[in-house]
Write a protein that binds this ligand. Structure first.
Ligand SMILES: [Zn+2]
Length: 427
């Protein structure tokens, strides 16, 4: 997730060494802060920033199980922790080494903290084939900094490792892969939060193998596979799953019957997203990926695509993969139903004119803010503004579903008219 500008979020930061401009992944296990960044400009409503208890955040941290720095998950997968734990990154970013033998595929590079490189170095020790490079391909799950920031250091390490065991030999540096942004994609990748261009500036172009078109990245495509160079078996299959960000991917790992979910589904709590409509359809795509029900027939091929567990980019393995994805979808649809139920009811007298000093006929319409006040009335007032971002994302989706329409106003003062009393279309 992107770092929020709000004081509320800042106060919750447990990792105080972060720079305020850095993007974050969020863990919104309590379901309040469901949006991506909640810009302070969301509305001009001023909140009383009274004392904020961070009790439940600390509790969230305490509940997290400890993950080893280097953990072999299977014959084909080793997880290496990014050494960047925090409220928004949980135990830190999980990077994964994929393959039965080098050259391996590396998924993500961590945030760029110096402590990560020696640990990755240790994880790559004891290779079966010293005459081959350690890594042939680096796959980036999405543009957020805690996944791409380590790229320059990782590429340096890989070159150093090659030179130390094959001095004077020609080095074939790894290819870099990322899903491209569609031109009209919604998201904060357009903003200064996207530090990937700066990371690439710091990356020595001789340390990776560029695609023929000259760009740094080989563009990932939905359905693309990576094969094991040793035996030709499929190691990874790409699923484009936009929503958390426009370029987010998942990777199916057939040998492990696992789905790497990046930040779309986390090891703990629920994930944040930039675009709810695409997020929900991605969850649905993941849920039905490879299942017989999505293909209407059951063939051997379907069984090949089955997965059981999830390997998230933050947190522990999720053993009940499809159940967890279903829960994520249910949680979002429940929130949507709650918002619709509020809009279908009349605005309570005490909230009429709440955000307008000049009464008009539109005063009987719900605003984003009055919806938040009703939905979150049991929660402290200083959590309402971050919550408003999530409600706003839901309202945008309801608008694109044709159920509500905005009637002027800006930010949290945006007014909403109910267009249809039917429920939102089921996914
Ligand atoms: Zn992310």
């Amino acid at each position: 997730m992107l770092h929020s500008q709000t004081a509320v979020h800042l106060r919750f930061l447990l990792n105080s060494s972060r720079k305020a401009s850095q993007p974050f992944l969020g863990n919104q296990s309590h379901g309040l802060f469901e949006g991506q960044s909640a810009p302070a400009t969301l509305g001009s409503v001023r909140l009383r920033h009274s004392r904020v208890s961070n009790t439940f955040d600390i509790r969230t941290m305490e509940k997290l199980e400890e993950l080893g720095d280097i953990t072999r998950l299977s014959d084909h997968v080793v997880r290496v922790l990014g050494q960047n734990p925090g409220k928004f990154t949980l135990q830190g970013t999980n990077t994964y080494i994929i393959g039965s033998q080098n050259p391996y595929i590396l998924i993500d590079t961590g945030e760029g903290l110096p402590a990560y490189t020696p640990i990755l170095n240790n994880a790559l020790e004891g290779l079966a084939n010293p005459t081959q490079p350690d890594v042939s391909d680096v796959v980036l799950s999405h543009w957020h900094h805690d996944h791409v920031g380590g790229l320059p250091a990782v590429l340096n390490l890989l070159k150093e490792r090659w030179e130390s065991r094959n001095p004077g030999q020609t080095y074939t540096p790894p290819r870099l892969h990322k899903h491209p942004f569609k031109e009209d994609a919604i998201g904060a990748h357009h903003t200064e939060h996207n530090q990937l261009p700066k990371v690439l500036e710091k990356t020595n172009p001789e340390l990776f193998t560029p695609p023929p078109n000259g760009g740094p990245f080989h563009d990932l495509a939905d359905g693309q596979t990576f094969k094991d160079p040793v035996n030709g078996a499929t190691l990874l299959r790409v699923l484009h799953t936009p929503g958390h960000t426009a370029d987010s991917i998942c990777l199916y790992i057939p040998q492990d019957r696992a789905l790497y979910t990046a930040d779309t589904v986390l090891g703990h709590g629920t994930a944040v997203f930039e675009d709810l409509a695409s997020y929900l359809s991605s969850l649905n795509k993941m849920l039905h990926f490879g299942s017989a029900s999505s293909l209407h027939i059951h063939t051997e091929k379907d069984i090949d695509l089955e997965y059981v567990s999830l390997y998230p980019a933050h947190g522990a393995i999720v053993s009940e993969g499809r159940e967890t994805i279903s829960t994520y979808i249910k949680h979002r649809l429940e929130r949507e139903d709650q918002i619709l139920a509020v809009i279908k009811s009349p605005v309570p007298a005490e909230l009429l004119g709440e955000v307008s000093s000049t009464p008009s006929e539109d005063d009987n319409l719900w605003t984003t803010w009055t919806i938040v006040r009703v939905l979150y009335k049991a929660y402290p007032e200083n959590l309402w503004l971050p919550a408003a971002r999530g409600v706003d994302l839901h309202l945008r989706k309801l608008e694109s579903d044709g159920l509500v329409k905005r009637q002027g106003g800006e930010g949290v003062k945006t007014k909403w008219r109910l267009l249809s009393s039917r429920n939102s279309p089921n996914l």
